[in-house]
Design a protein around this ligand. Sequence first.
Ligand code: CU
Length: 97
Amino acid sequence: MNTIDLQVEGMSCGACVKHVTQALQPLPGVSGVEVDLQSGRVKVSGELAQGSAPLLMALTGAGYPAKLTTDASTSAATSQPKAAGCHGGSSGGCGCR
Ligand SMILES: [Cu+2]
């Protein structure tokens, strides 16, 4: 059992949280997904023998580019205001569709 912390771009509403969770939950070895909408951080727990690559690929495929969390840089990286266009159109906003 191990955990991998990710920084996910583009989450701006509860539906995004759900999309991210649904993208990660079915992956092999994943037993838990915790999403923090405010910070964009996602903690994945389980038997993650393949490391972060499958997680990152699944998130990218779901429309939420992600990277591994590097502790120091996250607060600055997520301080930009979220777009208000969630669900509003194809440009800007979050990854919801
Ligand atoms: Cu959303």
